[in-house]
Design a binder for this molecule. Structure first.
Ligand code: JCQ
Length: 228
């Protein structure tokens, strides 16, 4: 899978990529990830990427010219151009899984009050939000998107099984997990998990998922289809 990221802060992504499983996927050749400095597409002496908003108001807006030049150079026929923004479509696991099927994502990270609306109207295919709060720029949201999508790619996680156990996989939260020791500071691991009875373990886990989702996230869609 090919990724290009357009940002004013390439160093933020380079550290993350170097230190994470995304970096492993890049080293293994499963992901081709290129981070670009938006200023490289400016043509003026001072490499200016922003300007004051028409109509007045506080803050600055990313100018259309460098964004048009960069996106038109980096995109190909199969490319999906993604803009990270608080007013985008909320990022949830089904969208993550859909994006994992794309061959080329070009992620645009905004700054200040955002980017000129004409870029969004004509060049951006999808606008995605990572949550209902405001950050100073879209580079951490881009990192979040990359991490969530890349871990879905075949062979990036150790076992395919670990994806099946994910929270949100079937619209519900994950299960409680324990490891050794079987008792720690007076707290025992639930006996059923030590029983070796795979049928009872599966039933217990199913009940935990149901209870936890109901208590903590009654808003989640829940399991769909015949098991509902
Ligand atoms: C993405 N959730 C929050 C982009 C404008 C200040 O306004 C803007 C901020 C950004 C950075 O992205 C986010 C974000 N998902 O803040 C455009």
């Amino acid at each position: 899978m090919r990724w290009d990221v357009l940002t004013l802060f390439p160093g933020m992504l380079e550290g993350f990529v170097r230190e994470s499983m995304v970096g492993r996927a890049v080293a293994a050749g499963r992901v081709d990830l290129r981070v670009h400095q938006l200023r490289d597409w400016t043509t003026d002496k001072h490499h200016i990427v922003d300007d004051r908003p028409f109509g007045g108001g506080a803050g600055m807006v990313l100018k259309p010219e460098p964004l048009f030049a960069a996106i038109e150079e980096l995109r190909r026929p199969e490319t999906t151009v993604v803009y990270m923004a608080p007013d985008g479509e909320p990022l949830r696991q089904p969208l993550v899984e859909e994006l994992a099927g794309h061959s080329h994502l070009l992620v645009v990270s905004g700054h200040y009050e955002g980017i000129d609306e004409r870029v969004r109207a004509t060049l951006v295919d999808r606008e995605i939000s990572i949550g209902d709060y405001v950050l100073t720029n879209g580079t951490l949201p881009a990192a979040v998107l990359i991490d969530a999508v890349v871990r879905q790619l075949p062979g990036v996680l150790g076992e395919a099984q670990s994806l099946e156990q994910d929270s949100f996989r079937d619209g519900r939260l994950g299960i409680p997990m324990y490891t050794r020791p079987a008792e720690f500071r007076g707290m025992p691991v639930p006996a059923v998990l030590l029983s070796g009875d795979h049928g009872r373990i599966a039933a217990w886990r199913e009940e935990q998922r149901r209870q936890r989702t109901r208590e903590r996230r009654p808003d989640l869609p829940g399991p769909s289809g015949c098991e509902a």
